[in-house]
Design a protein around this ligand. Structure first.
Ligand code: NAP
Ligand code: GDD
Length: 332
């Protein structure tokens, strides 16, 4: 019998990669789509016709119960969230409801269908929970034992989701694991995130469709990996005999300026400064200055290791956007 997986956030970046991975592994893949006319549904149906779509919403627990009854999954991957840090400052309550309490709703739905002993659960935790403050293993990278100090409504909501997942593991014996993932990017990254915003703008500048890019703070450092590598780690967590929490990261950190350097070099521009304007609209009330992860536990226990390095990541994103923009296809 094929294993069955239910993915929330199927229309997001990670949902796309994870659905492909599970399909390749022979899973029956179910994906939750929200909204009465979600524009991303058509793309999903076209690109990943193997996904069985279920309409539900993380804020509506009864819809999650019905989703579980329909899919009868062996594994649930909870990727759905308000995931944009800047947006979470503007919509903190919605972020708490979806990103925080949405996880509780799914865990309670698992209990409601009696799935505590049969369903394995993955929670998409995040390096944003650490907050980038340097009192915590300075220079070595955050690991599973580092202190949390979230710096945004998103980070705070994710920390609630992280702890409620651990609590349900300890209280009800659910095989529930949290992947504390550092930033991961790629050709499916939303254009509202800084890497894709840059790769897309660089492609448009090359093609004469745009003459500059407006960005916020260029100083923060991020531990950027490739999303395709990270979904493999999610799957590995649920294949372990025992549940646990794992950091997935590259162990390297780079500034946004370094991303700009490499991206503009791809189109033959050495000095990007004339093409970049500062726009305070993209600044955040509180910033996470540096994220650096230590993936030793995932490498040792799961045998996970990222494959795509930083220069290759930038290269693949710019190459993809050059092709996309040249084709005239609309960015979705
Ligand atoms: P993403 O591209 O922003 O996707 C978010 C997904 O959540 C979308 O499919 C979205 O649906 C869905 N969603 C939003 N509100 C929902 C609701 N009320 N009910 C059900 N689904 C809802 O995010 P991602 O980059 O794939 O990340 C996946 C998960 O990992 C997220 O939880 C994110 O916070 C977390 N994470 C990401 C990273 C990273 O670097 N990418 C790092 C650490 C953790 P619509 O398409 O309909 O909006
Ligand atoms: N989005 C965005 N847009 N960010 C900008 C911009 C801009 O125009 N200009 C500068 N930045 C800076 C942000 O202030 C932040 O320091 C950095 O670029 C990265 O921003 P994002 O790409 O939006 O990602 P993030 O690090 O805030 O959050 C992502 O990674 C988290 C894991 O650490 C998201 O995917 C989260 O969902 C994820 O949990």
């Amino acid at each position: 019998m094929a294993k069955k997986a239910l993915i929330t956030g199927i229309t997001g970046q990670d949902g796309y990669h994870l659905a492909n991975l599970l399909n390749e592994k022979g899973y029956e893949v179910y994906g939750i789509i929200r909204g009465q006319h979600n524009p991303k549904r058509e793309r999903l149906e076209k690109e990943q016709p193997f996904v069985k779509i279920i309409e539900a919403d993380l804020v509506d627990q009864s819809s999650l119960v019905r989703a579980l009854q329909t899919a009868q999954p062996d594994e649930v991957y909870n990727l759905g969230a308000i995931s944009h840090v800047g947006y979470s400052f503007k919509n903190p309550q919605l972020t708490a409801d979806v990103t925080g309490k949405g996880t509780l709703n799914m865990l309670e739905a698992i209990r409601a269908v009696g799935g505590e002993k049969t369903i394995r659960f993955y929670q998409a935790s995040t390096s944003e929970m650490f907050g980038g403050l340097d009192y915590n293993r300075p220079g070595e990278g955050y690991n599973e034992d580092s202190l949390f100090h979230p710096r945004s409504p998103y980070g705070v909501a994710k920390l609630y989701a992280h702890w409620i997942t651990k609590n349900y593991r300890e209280s009800y014996g659910i095989h529930a694991s949290c992947g504390i993932l550092f930033n991961h990017e790629g050709e499916r990254r939303g254009v509202e995130f800084v890497t894709r915003k840059i790769s897309n703008a660089v492609a448009r500048i090359k093609l004469g469709k745009q003459d500059h890019i407006e960005l916020g703070n260029l100083d923060p450092k991020r531990d950027w990996g490739y999303a395709g590598d990270y979904v493999e780690g999610m799957w590995l967590m649920l294949q372990q005999d025992k549940p646990g929490d794992y950091v997935l990261a590259t162990g390297e950190t780079h500034t946004i300026g370094e991303f700009l350097d490499l991206a503009f070099k791809e189109i033959g521009i050495e000095d990007w400064k004339p093409y970049v304007k500062e726009n305070p609209d993209f600044m955040r009330p509180a910033e996470v200055d540096i994220l650096l992860g230590d993936p030793t536990k995932a490498e040792t226990v799961l045998g996970w290791k990222r494959k795509v390095d930083f220069p290759s990541l930038v290269k693949l994103m710019v190459a993809h956007d050059l092709e996309l923009e040249a084709s005239g296809e609309v960015l979705k």
